[in-house]
Design a protein around this ligand. Structure first.
Ligand SMILES: C[S@@+](CC[C@H](N)C(=O)[O-])C[C@H]1O[C@@H](n2cnc3c(N)ncnc32)[C@H](O)[C@@H]1O
Length: 271
């Protein structure tokens, strides 16, 4: 039987090693998702899609256009930051994720544009920067709070919504005239695949189920699995929170401009 560890244990007993493993598992899962959707041209296709999406939103290819990937995870969009003519910044709340990205960028000009920041900290951490676009991708919004077994689902939901509102308000402050772009999971089922990672062939998988306002997400390999609880968010709830903090327009991005059309639907909020 694989070891099945709850994220709650990790939150109670924070351990850099667990966090590192989750970062690695996510990196593998992301690789499998990209390959499943775009095959061996995943890199070029993702880059093309990001450019098309930004153009669709009205953000030209000028270096003066400032883009923040605010849930950069292990840096799945780093390659875009390195090649796109716009100016990219990267942040994540998790210090292990950020460390992973910084290690990857040791020799890159991007190194000074990678910061650890929870979403509500963005205006302070990127003090002098007015972003044109802030991305939160990969269905990252459900992770907004740290969970504890002592809390009821209603408490988790209330805490999550309050934290989201705080985050949305900070994102609007950091990107007052541009677009906040996020995505939501479209298929609450399963994803699995085969990938080579650090010299080994692995079969990572993801299984997500929504129940009573909570999203249960299992990610792992044959050897090791993690259960991660998050908010099961729907766009109407998110739209309400965004309008509350001052956004005026929340549009669904047409499918031809989506980045991960099989997995995620995308939205852009602006004032
Ligand atoms: C599922 S991963 C997605 C990573 C990446 N965007 C991708 O698509 O591969 C979710 C990321 O959101 C980050 N995150 C969750 N809540 C956050 C918050 N409140 N502030 C900043 N980062 C957060 C997590 O640390 C994690 O790296």
């Amino acid at each position: 039987m694989p070891r099945h560890k709850s994220i709650t244990e990790i939150v109670r007993n924070p351990n850099q090693e667990d966090s590192r493993k989750i970062a690695r598992l996510w990196e593998m899962a992301r690789k499998v998702m990209d390959q499943a959707q775009h095959g061996s041209s995943a890199f070029e296709e993702k880059q093309r899609r990001i450019n098309t999406l930004l153009e669709y939103l009205g953000h030209s290819q000028l270096a003066s256009v400032l883009v923040l990937d605010a849930a950069c995870g292990c840096g799945s969009l780093l390659f875009v930051g390195e090649t796109d003519t716009r100016t990219w910044y990267f942040s994540d709340g998790d210090n292990v994720m950020v460390k992973t990205v910084v290690e990857k960028c040791a020799d890159s000009f991007l190194i000074s544009r990678i910061k650890q920041a929870y979403w509500h900290e963005i205006p302070g951490v990127f003090e002098a920067v007015n972003f044109d676009v802030v991305f939160i991708l990969g269905n990252s919004l459900p992770y907004i709070v740290n969970w504890s077994d002592d809390k009821s689902e209603a408490e988790i939901t209330a805490e999550g919504f309050a934290a989201l509102k705080h985050s949305f308000s900070a994102i609007l402050q950091a990107c007052p005239k541009g677009h906040f772009v996020f995505d939501l999971h479209r298929n609450h089922t399963q994803m699995s695949g085969k990938t080579e990672f650090e010299g080994r062939v692995l079969h990572p998988f993801i299984n997500a189920v929504h129940r009573d306002g909570i999203r249960y997400w299992v990610v792992g390999t044959e050897e090791e699995q993690y259960l991660i609880k998050g908010l099961a968010l729907d766009i109407d709830t998110i739209r309400g929170l965004l309008l509350d903090v001052g956004y005026k327009k929340i549009e669904q991005i047409p499918e031809q401009f989506e980045l991960d059309p099989f997995y995620y639907s995308m939205f852009a909020a602006s004032r």
